[in-house]
Design a protein around this ligand. Structure first.
Ligand SMILES: N[C@@H](CCC(=O)N[C@@H](CS)C(=O)NCC(=O)O)C(=O)O
Length: 211
């Protein structure tokens, strides 16, 4: 199995955590998102993933999958232990709700290409872009904080898809110096997860393409 990844990509980080939780080994193919305007924009990568984003996952039988949540759900369906979604339908919907709050509503606004667009096409100063970034993380984290009941993980005493999304988003927030003091529950869930080797091994600094 092969994961096209970038060490700082939080979407790829999610998949790395899921692969580690499932005990699956895989090869990392680093795709640099910044150098030379982004190696993800090269024709050879575009041929693999027309959206030109990471992660892209190639299964053991050669199927190419895109979108981190779709990849993680594929892994959960093909390797059910440990499960990343509860069996109870209400609990499943709640976990998905937490995951989507992060993956669908926070992350896309702060991703490389929208930020580049703000800078190059809309002519925004870096300070305005940083304000934008902080605003959307803070607004999303306020909602997430209100929804969490650390137990010690985001939804009870087992790791779920919600944790898999939360930890990479917190790593990004820290890197971009978003203050987290108003979010003790988010910080506690992050700390509980990072004690697990599956999360620790997936951290950006522990990747083969880390700089
Ligand atoms: N919804 C996608 C997001 C993928 C995504 O946007 N990845 C970022 C890195 S975290 C990327 O490749 N950005 C490159 C770009 O925006 O050009 C997923 O969950 O896989």
């Amino acid at each position: 199995m092969k994961l096209y990844s970038y060490f700082r990509s939080s979407a790829a980080y999610r998949v790395r955590v899921a692969l580690n939780l499932k005990g699956l080994s895989y090869d990392t193919v680093g795709v640099h998102l910044i150098k030379d305007g982004g190696h993800n924009r090269r024709p050879e990568y575009r041929a693999i993933n027309p959206q030109m984003r990471v992660p892209t996952f190639v299964t053991d039988v050669g199927d190419t999958l895109i979108q981190s949540i779709a990849i993680i759900e594929y892994l959960d369906e093909t390797h059910p232990e440990p499960p990343l979604l509860p069996t109870d339908p209400v609990a499943r919907a709640k976990v998905r709700g937490l995951a989507e709050l992060i993956a669908c509503d926070i992350h896309p606004l702060n991703n490389t290409s929208p930020l580049r667009y703000l800078k190059h096409q809309l002519g925004q100063e870096q300070s305005a872009i940083d304000t934008w970034y902080h605003h959307w993380v803070l607004e999303g984290f306020e909602a997430l904080e209100a929804l969490l009941a650390p137990g010690p993980y985001a939804y009870g005493n087992a790791v779920t898809l919600a944790d898999v999304c939360l930890v990479p988003q917190v790593a990004n927030a820290r890197r971009l110096k978003v203050p987290l003091d108003k979010f003790p529950k988010i910080v506690a869930v992050d700390a509980a997860c990072l004690k697990l080797p599956a999360f620790d091994r997936a951290r950006p600094e522990n990747q083969p393409d880390a700089e």
